[in-house]
Design a protein around this ligand. Sequence first.
Ligand code: ATP
Ligand code: MG
Length: 456
Amino acid sequence: MNTVFNKIGLIILLLFLTILIPLGIVIHEIFQTTKDKHLREETHELATQQAYHLNMMEEESWLEIGESLSEEYSREIVIIGSSGQIVVNSGVNNFEEYVSQDLTSEGTYTTPDDQSFYFSSRKVGDGNSVATVYVFSPLDLMKESTRDMRNALILSGIIAIILTIGLTWVIARNFTKPLRRMDEAAKKMAKGKLDVTLPVRSNDEIGTLSDSINELAKEIRHYRMTRNEFLSNVSHELRTPISYTLGYSQALLSGLFETEEQRRSYLNIIHQEANRMNFLVRDLIELAQMDENKYALELSFVDSIEIAEKAIEKVSLQAEEKQVHIHTNFPKKVPKIVADPIRLEQIFLNILQNAIQYMDKGGEINFTIDNDSDSLVHTIEDTGPGISENNLPHLFDRFYRVEKSRSREHGGSGLGLAISKQLTELQYGEIDVSSELGKGTSFVITFPQVNESSKG
Ligand SMILES: Nc1ncnc2c1ncn2[C@@H]1O[C@H](COP(=O)(O)OP(=O)(O)OP(=O)(O)O)[C@@H](O)[C@H]1O
Ligand SMILES: [Mg+2]
């Protein structure tokens, strides 16, 4: 099966075998060489010992020595007397036939019945009567222990392979378990089931990946929730103007009015509601463009005092109607900031209009511009009703209105501040609000100061 589990298992097993097999061969070779060397040394030593003993004894007692050596050390001994005849042969078959051959002083010798020996010879005596003693060590002795060693090696190899397979299984299973879980989670998410939470058990790549999948699920959940909320808000906002427009146009069509004044007032309502829909659609398009980074800003170095004055002029009529006084506190000159003049005016207008709209008759608005060391701070303060603390964190959310009925009365859909915030941020500024119920609200819009010489 082409699974990660099998691949990991196979890799570990192959790695293990590539280490184990050469290691076994090396151990086997070392053992054999050591054993071989040991046997040769022992044979030489025994031959020297025997030659020494034989030298001190009469030829008649040599037979005895040969037999005792053979019994004591499991070695064979052959003594060739000074006249060339075999005096002692403790058990090297057919050696007589080969005695005429000129055997070297040491080497290996195989009898016709396939018994192999390692032998070593020494001269006994001197002058005319030189005998030779041969000590034969059967190679079977060595072969046997080598075989034992090989069997032990093979056995331990088999045990090691079985253990490795077991261990590999455990490792591969543990390793692939989170991968399988992620696979299941991703498939679940693809089917739209987003209640996915993977356990993050380590801070390695696998842990990070699980964490990322959790984040992704959370993000999609959030996206889905806001999308649904957004759609229901949009349809809710459209429903009222549509039903007004339908209702009043139907009334007009059916002639359900008595006076010309009533007819005009119906038409006026239709016009207002169409206007409201127009603004709503415009705002939604703007927000969508900003979300997709497709909103084109025309940034340049602008004088925010000039723009503030223009905005104040535009709301002056509205302010007058409500007997609201707008006080300005602007320095003579301020450093220019980088902004889109039309969008900056839109932000000021939104906030000034809100201040006038939500205020009772006869209030005050203070518009201040401060030149901070590295930023330009615009503060618009009003003496309106203020906003309670629990409403403040949501004020810049789309469609958020503090008093739904009241702000609708003013024609608001709750998008003005959301757009203002996004516009400010697109121009590298920040917008903040503070408020106290019954006292008033203060919006602070800050833009960083830029060195005009860097223009280009
Ligand atoms: N200066 C203020 N004083 C008191 N409440 C305010 C003030 N400015 C905004 N609010 C409250 O915050 C809400 C959100 O304002 P925002 O400008 O985003 O929406 P809106 O005025 O309702 O609609 P829109 O501006 O889209 O026409 C308002 O509905 C109002 O309840
Ligand atoms: Mg508004």
